[in-house]
Design a protein around this ligand. Structure first.
Ligand SMILES: Cc1ncc(COP(=O)(O)O)c(C=O)c1O
Length: 378
């Protein structure tokens, strides 16, 4: 009998519902990672690591940024990121999850409203839970509903600031937020627009600066650029007005009470940002593969309507989805099934992501195999 019967029972319950998760080794052609530009294990970052170590950049920070852990590499990265993403200031955090927690737990104040897209990432939810502001959701990508919610909130006495939280590209749906309309709503309502660019950074916007890059310099816009996806490293850059960045440094518990990210990581992110600015060919190659994937998904599987490098193929029931994923894995393709609670109930899906490193023939063959698997289900 287990020493932890309640934990055991809860794991059993997950198994019964087809929701048990286990770690699996990396295997097969990569249709699962967020390494969209192929930087994570490429030569550019290896060379940057060797160069940074040679010039004395420390591997470990040794403390919190507010104590001994602040390194010149963090500060250089933050200056360069603010310039590249077009904001007054930037703050480097250990990851996007921590960054979202920091933003939503410490920037919205008591009496404010956080109005978030229904599909916003778990990390934003956790941040809201820790914060003092009220929160409400609006239907996915529905700007008219967001506007109506603000009016409704004001009509029942809401007087504080509204913070509108969205993702630029939704991580499990791959669709695009209506940034221009959301920005107009934020202007009209004197609201702050928080755009999580996690899956847009590096691929979307001029030089890969994200979907909100044209409005990022506004003081009522915060953009979050995670560094573990297209940038190939880890960490996250919160970019926005100086006063908000200073507030995070003074109020965000996940920043204050945590060891600083590795200065070596900061050096690598600097190298990745320089590459974005100077090497459009890398982005073009990724887009060429993404366009091929869209075309083959339509030609071979009759699937269409995709807008980005993330192609969700909705299967429906959890066990069925995992069966299809495992069949494709057996054929040599690393494709993962994503189940509730990550996605809404009844919409378990294959989350196919396309990176610039995939060979053309592999993309085509994968969709041929997917077509066969989907035919069996039909
Ligand atoms: C939209 C979004 N925001 C934030 C995160 C968290 O970022 P990180 O992986 O850097 O912690 C993720 C990661 O899955 C994400 O998809």
């Amino acid at each position: 009998m287990s020493e932890f019967p309640r934990h055991q029972a809860s794991l059993e319950a997950l198994r019964k519902r087809g929701r048990y998760r286990a770690l699996a080794p990396r295997a097969g052609h990569d249709f699962a990672s967020n390494d969209y530009l192929g930087l994570a294990s490429g030569d550019l970052l290896k060379a940057a690591a060797i160069e940074a170590i040679a010039r004395g950049v420390p591997v470990g920070a040794g403390g919190s940024r507010l104590l001994r852990g602040n390194d010149s590499e963090h500060e250089l990265l933050e200056r360069e990121a603010a310039e590249f993403f077009g904001t007054e200031a930037a703050l480097f955090m250990g990851g996007g999850f921590n960054a979202n927690q920091a933003i939503f737990s410490s920037l919205p104040q008591q009496g404010d409203l956080v109005l978030h897209d229904a599909l916003i990432h778990a990390s934003a939810h956790d941040g809201m839970r820790l914060g003092r502001a009220e929160n409400r959701s609006f239907a996915h990508n529905d700007v008219a509903e967001a506007a109506a919610q603000i009016t409704a909130w004001r009509s029942v006495g809401g007087t504080g600031r509204v913070w509108i939280a969205v993702e630029a590209i939704y991580s499990m749906d791959g669709d695009i937020a209506p940034i221009a309309e959301l920005a107009a709503l934020a202007q009209a309502e004197d609201a702050v627009l928080v755009v999580d660019e996690a899956h847009a950074t590096g691929l979307f916007g001029d030089q890969g600066r994200g979907l909100a890059h044209e409005i990022a310099s506004r003081t009522n816009v915060i953009s979050l650029h995670t560094c573990g996806k297209a940038l190939g490293v880890s960490g996250a850059l919160i970019c926005g007005a100086e006063v908000l960045i200073e507030t995070l440094i003074n109020r965000a518990r996940g920043f204050i009470f945590a060891t600083a990210p590795s200065p070596l990581n900061a050096a690598l992110v600097r190298a990745a940002l320089k590459d974005l600015a100077s090497n459009p060919a890398r982005r073009a190659q990724a887009w060429e593969r993404v366009d091929l994937a869209h075309a083959e998904a339509k030609r071979l599987c009759g699937l269409e309507g995709f807008s980005s490098q993330i192609l969700p193929v909705i299967i429906g029931e959890d066990p069925l989805c995992m069966e299809v994923a495992s069949a494709l894995q057996g054929l040599g393709y690393d494709i993962r099934g994503v189940r509730p609670p990550t996605v809404p109930r009844g919409t378990a899906r294959l989350r196919i992501s396309v990176t610039g490193r995939l060979e053309h023939a592999v993309v085509t063959e994968m969709f041929e195999n997917l077509a066969r698997e989907l035919e069996v289900l039909a």
